[in-house]
Design a protein around this ligand. Structure first.
Ligand SMILES: Cc1cc2nc3c(=O)[nH]c(=O)nc-3n(C[C@H](O)[C@H](O)[C@H](O)COP(=O)(O)OP(=O)(O)OC[C@H]3O[C@@H](n4cnc5c(N)ncnc54)[C@H](O)[C@@H]3O)c2cc1C
Ligand code: SF4
Ligand code: SF4
Ligand code: SF4
Length: 380
């Protein structure tokens, strides 16, 4: 039986949304009224489709075409996709970055390097507020970048900021830091001949085994008798979730228990790190306060070399045990994803393998959208 598919609401409802925010950025009905939106206090871990009637008019189904949870490329379920050019352990030499960072501060340092070296004009970062609601932003400020350091393990719509880039500021070159699903969405957007694709100068990937919905994280905190407001830092290591609290206490929660409730989006996600990134950064295999750093291509190498030349970053080659450990996690992530993928494609074939229909768009409609918001170089 075929389901009438209008927009991303169908996969959001089935749990196939990791809240990357890309659909919010590309929805062409933004001008005049935003049809897809992010209202932290109302919908903290998924976008809101406001009016599906408008989607009938839209006919582009752009939201579905760029969603990283639909039509995941088959090659990503093959471990041979996860090749890199060079592997290092790395650590920031900038005291302020290191003291605020999740691990070795490499991500913060590479963003700062890209700005200082004028490789980019803006960066996309993710801050949070007191309640851990995600606050993605586009910035040129070094203070903002340092303030945004550390990982937010709750789903966060960083790509929604592309909307701001398009409409509100004079666009320059941009560096984006993100987890694999976010960079997968960016790759999908690049297939759409999005006018501003060439402004993304650097993609700095973060390793990711899984993210958590805000609801799930809230229930974990409740079990520990604390709230988001009590927490200053979260970490995942040694098989546990760690919460550093404002009062100085550090509490932990078994990761296996936390993983019992994951969104299908994460269960089917094959990428430990992103093949689409210029560099990927994690903590797997690295010592405390160091990162594992994978250079994926010549652009990534150029950025890392610049950071070293400027005296901002130190690196040492990754040893064979580090490489083995990363391979082990790549195999695990792909293997687990394949199992779930098989199960889900039987159950949700009409959603996951959907070919968004190009439903009889009229040239006049396309021109209308293009003139109202000239973000597309060519109609789909
Ligand atoms: C959801 C999630 C899951 C992860 N899982 C793993 C894992 O299983 N194994 C592993 O080795 N590493 C994992 N990481 C990466 C790890 O937590 C560190 O981000 C990484 O080691 C870089 O450390 P750093 O000290 O260089 O980062 P920092 O210098 O502290 O910089 C972190 C940067 O990441 C950005 N950021 C933070 N949270 C998010 C987010 N949710 N989405 C997009 N950008 C964000 C911030 O804007 C900041 O610029 C995960 C990260 C996230 C966000
Ligand atoms: S995964 Fe991203 S693109 Fe897909 S529905 Fe969620 S926020 Fe939108
Ligand atoms: S179908 Fe079009 S109008 Fe509707 S949410 Fe998707 S992109 Fe926006
Ligand atoms: S496991 Fe994949 S889908 Fe889930 S948060 Fe990480 S990168 Fe995104």
């Amino acid at each position: 039986m075929s389901t009438k598919v209008v927009n991303v609401q169908i996969n959001i409802d089935a749990g196939f949304c990791s809240f990357c925010g890309a659909c919010i950025a590309v929805c062409p009905t933004h001008v005049g009224s935003k049809n897809l939106d992010y209202i932290p206090e109302k919908s903290a871990d998924k976008p809101i489709v406001k009016d599906s009637q408008k989607c009938e008019k839209c006919r582009h189904t752009l939201c579905m075409q760029i969603c990283p949870q639909l039509n995941i490329p088959a090659k990503l379920f093959n471990t041979s996709s996860y090749i890199y050019q060079e592997a290092y352990y790395s650590r920031s030499k900038m005291q302020e970055a290191l003291s605020r960072a999740q691990d070795g501060g490499t991500a913060t340092t590479l963003l700062l390097t890209a700005l200082k070296a004028r490789f980019v004009d803006y960066v996309i970062i993710l801050k949070k507020d007191e309640e851990w609601y995600p606050r993605p932003m586009v910035t040129q400020s070094e203070a903002d970048i340092i303030d945004a350091a550390s990982s937010k393990y709750v789903f966060s719509p960083i790509l929604a900021t592309l909307y701001d880039i398009i409409d509100k500021i004079d666009v320059g070159r941009i560096a984006v830091v993100g987890i694999p699903c976010q960079l997968r969405a960016l790759e999908n957007i690049s297939q759409l001949e999005f006018k501003h694709n060439n402004i993304i100068a650097f993609k700095i990937g973060l390793f990711c085994m899984h993210g958590f919905s805000r609801d799930r994280m809230e229930s974990i905190l409740k079990e520990l008798n604390i709230t988001f407001q009590d927490v200053v830092k979260m970490n995942i290591k040694k098989g546990k979730l760690w919460f550093t609290l404002k009062d100085g206490r550090i509490l932990d929660y078994p990761l296996k228990k936390a993983e019992k409730v994951l969104r299908p989006a994460c269960r089917q996600c094959p990428e430990l790190f992103s093949p689409y990134a210029n560099v990927n950064i994690g903590s797997i295999a690295a010592e405390e306060n160091w990162n594992s750093l994978l250079i994926m291509d010549s652009r990534g190498k150029e950025l890392v070399e610049k950071a070293i030349d400027m005296g901002l970053l130190e690196v040492k080659p990754m040893d064979s045990s580090g490489i083995e450990t990363i391979n082990k996690y790549v195999n695990k992530k792909v293997g687990d994803a394949l199992k779930y993928r098989e199960q889900y494609t039987k159950e949700f074939q009409n959603i996951l393998l959907i070919t968004p229909t190009k439903r009889g768009r009229k040239l006049s409609d396309i021109l209308e959208y293009r003139s109202r918001r000239s973000i597309y170089l060519s109609p789909l």
